[in-house]
Design a protein around this ligand. Structure first.
Ligand SMILES: [Zn+2]
Length: 298
């Protein structure tokens, strides 16, 4: 088994056929690691854009790649074919966070005419390293950057240019060697050839907006009284507002409240959130809030 650490540099460019900006890959860098995670080969190619003859200032500042260097690059399809040849067979490809995968997908769908990056098995190195760091006691809720991880784990980065594809891959390799744990590493390897892998990647989570959606488990629509914990009676229909459903409830004990629930559909699950708030009164015309709601129940 060979391990590839892939790092891409991309620039935002307006893509006329779809009248939108896309993240165009302009550099492919990678390192190949042997069984003991030592670097055995490196790869770097700069891409000549076919849809723009300029790069953004931000891109040049970040990567050091100038307009001239981009224009002297290799056509994109040729660069990907070259990369795929270099990758070889029987490999696990890793990237630092899966944002590279989204960019690959976008580029495959817009610019590559059926040519695809060769990724047999895949592992998100950022997830693995951050997990190992957590086990070592580094608490960090946000996704850690490559630079921050290298600094915290005291990886020497002398002579490293962050945000050049090959050097970023090298830093990843050092981090991996330092943190490697066989069981936890192998558990994170995904089979990228499985159609499920692509489906999962393409799936966008969304808020469920119809109360009779088949993904809603009706038990989440039952609310118990916050005071006596008995099942309360729903007295208004569900309304949908800012990704939340809400309805008024009245308990036998006399307690009135508003039950609120939201459902977020992810690829695997439905994430349910529930809160209880103040009994909602429909635009009271007078101060007698009570008469305003009674009677609208079902
Ligand atoms: Zn009650």
């Amino acid at each position: 088994m060979n391990y590839i650490i892939l790092d891409l540099e991309w620039d935002s460019v307006f893509y006329k056929p779809q009248k939108r900006f896309i993240n165009q890959i302009l550099q492919i860098g990678a390192v190949k690691l042997g069984e003991s995670f030592d670097v055995v080969d490196t790869f770097e190619v700069t891409v000549c854009s076919e849809i723009s003859n300029k790069v953004t200032g931000r891109f040049t500042r970040l990567t050091g790649i100038t307009n001239e260097e981009m224009r002297a690059g290799v056509p994109f399809k040729e660069a990907v074919v070259k990369y795929n040849d270099w990758v070889g067979d029987n490999t696990v490809t890793m990237t630092w966070s899966n944002s590279d995968l989204y960019t690959i997908l976008e580029n495959e769908e817009t610019l590559l005419d059926g040519i695809r990056f060769k990724i047999e098995k895949y592992l998100d190195l950022q997830v693995f390293i951050q997990n190992e760091m957590r086990l070592k006691g580094y608490e960090d809720k946000n996704q850690i950057s490559l630079e921050a991880a290298a600094e915290k784990l005291e990886i020497s980065t002398d002579g490293i240019d962050f945000h050049t594809a090959k050097d970023d891959s090298l830093v990843c390799a050092f981090l991996l060697k330092k943190c490697y744990n066989k069981d936890r590493f192998e558990k994170l390897i995904k089979d990228a050839s499985n159609p499920e892998f692509l489906k999962r990647l393409k799936f966008k989570t969304y808020a469920i907006s119809k109360i009779n959606d088949k993904n809603i488990d009706k038990k989440h629509l039952i609310f118990n009284c916050p005071e006596c914990n008995k099942k309360a009676k729903q007295v208004t229909k569900w309304k949908y507002q800012n990704r939340w459903f809400w309805a008024n409830f009245i308990c036998g004990c006399g307690k009135r409240f508003c039950g609120r629930v939201s459902f977020k559909k992810t690829f695997d699950d439905v994430i349910v959130r529930r809160t209880i708030g103040e009994f909602k009164v429909k635009k009271p015309k007078t101060n007698t809030a009570e008469t305003a709601v009674i009677g609208t129940g079902e």
